[in-house]
Design a protein around this ligand. Structure first.
Ligand SMILES: Nc1ncnc2c1ncn2[C@@H]1O[C@H](COP(=O)(O)OP(=O)(O)OP(=O)(O)O)[C@@H](O)[C@H]1O
Ligand SMILES: [Mg+2]
Length: 287
């Protein structure tokens, strides 16, 4: 017997259908075919407490070697990434900054195995992403990576609760809806479980996307402008959540941001310009 509105939300009539479709949906959400076409100007320049040069001591969780990415457009080939070398240690909190069009979102897609480089190597958590097929990459993301896309990529025909439950269902978790509800509570959306994306504000959609990314407690959280649509108080809360996860679970954070508060919390700032890394600096912050 259903005892409350929340219980109703947790056990939607099509929960079984959702379970069978979770894998396909998750593939859709994280597929390259879904365009995120970002238009956010990234202008964080520097922070007073940043000193030059980051030297990774532990074995890197992410290792990019000479990554080039060329994409075809009507105007010809665009050299989006032009030789990126980067090593990110486990537990590091990295702010990825730089002007609009610098290649930040594209680099994040490469780290997630959603874009294959034209040349170069991509190793994440010991996996050679360049050598893996799409199925292997989907499983790798399911188990290791939470992704917040610049344009959210929520499934429009699913409620907030169902959207957050998708990666858990894909992972075969019996407690998917309970965990999804808890995650939505953590981002302040416990009262919006049954709302569809179109019934949510931009900031609320962003928080659903965040909840979906961290609900699996990933080893690596990749987030593209995660506080871009949030007011100050909500932004603080989300920043605390992400860094709390990093501290509690040793999660590595790669955060594309122009939010000075968010960048200021990162242990390292990598600045991109014109498809390359222009500067790389550690802050005094604990990873
Ligand atoms: N599919 C594509 N085909 C051709 N060019 C592309 C494609 N996707 C991105 N680009 C180009 O690659 C460059 C880098 O894009 P990207 O989205 O990575 O920039 P960004 O640093 O994330 O910018 P923003 O801060 O505006 O989000 C841009 O000049 C963009 O026009
Ligand atoms: Mg972008």
């Amino acid at each position: 017997m259903i005892s409350s509105a929340n219980e109703l939300a947790r056990r939607p009539p099509h929960a079984i259908l959702l379970k069978t479709r979770a894998k396909a949906l998750y593939r859709w959400v994280t597929s390259r075919a879904v365009s995120s076409s970002p238009v956010v100007c990234m202008t964080l320049a520097s922070h007073a407490d940043i000193v030059p040069t980051a030297t990774a001591t532990a074995a890197p969780l992410i290792r990019l070697d000479g990554v080039h990415l060329n994409l075809a457009s009507a105007a010809g080939i665009v050299n989006v990434l032009r030789g990126v070398d980067l090593a990110v240690s486990s537990g590091e909190t990295l702010g990825l900054v730089g002007p609009s069009g610098a290649g930040k979102s594209t680099l994040m897609m490469v780290m997630a195995g959603l874009e294959r480089p034209t040349a170069g190597g991509v190793q994440v958590a010991g996996h050679d992403l360049v050598a893996m097929n799409e199925d292997a990459l989907a499983l790798f993301r399911r188990d290791r990576v939470g992704i917040v896309f610049q344009a959210f990529r929520l499934v429009p025909t699913m409620t907030a609760l169902e959207n957050v439950a998708v990666p858990l269902e894909f992972a075969g978790r019996d407690d998917a809806f309970d965990r999804a509800e808890a995650a939505l509570g953590q981002v302040g959306l416990g009262h919006r479980l049954t709302h569809y994306p179109a019934q949510l504000s931009g900031g609320e959609q962003q928080r659903v996307a965040l909840a979906r990314a961290f609900v699996i407690e990933p080893a690596l959280l990749l987030a593209d402008e995660p506080t871009g649509n949030l007011d100050g108080d909500t932004g603080h809360r989300i920043i605390d959540l992400m860094f709390g996860l990093a501290e509690r679970r040793g999660t590595t954070l790669v955060l594309i941001t122009h939010d000075a508060e968010l960048a200021g919390r990162c242990s390292r700032i990598v600045r991109m310009a014109d498809g390359r890394i222009a500067s790389d600096a550690v802050s005094g912050k604990k990873p």
